[in-house]
Design a protein around this ligand. Sequence first.
Ligand SMILES: [Zn+2]
Ligand SMILES: [Zn+2]
Length: 123
Amino acid sequence: MEKPKNHKLKEGSEEEVSLDFGPCCACEKEDPTVRNVLLLPRKAPVPGTGWGCAVCNLPPDGLVCVICDDCLKEKKQPRFAILDLATKKLRIPMEQISTEPFDHDIQAHKMWDLISQPAKGEG
Ligand SMILES: [Zn+2]
Ligand SMILES: [Zn+2]
């Protein structure tokens, strides 16, 4: 019987995510902590490259930002948004984003909540 050769470090089970989103949309620094994806209720500049919602049938046209851990902690407002696919690392200034709202259909979600009860305990 053979054992697999590559030893994986199990200690400190911190998962290294190798997704590279490019610079932080708030402070523009570029490092591995830039991994917090924000889904904003506005329209992405390029349709089909953003977030969508299966519950209320939203197309994947929602605006996406990615910010670093520090900015997430400090709740900084992103000054840029992701333009086109995140992997292209393109940015567009917030003021150039369409103000057209893009958000969940609350009614659809209420219906969804009714049929799929949350299994959360209170804590
Ligand atoms: Zn940042
Ligand atoms: Zn939704």
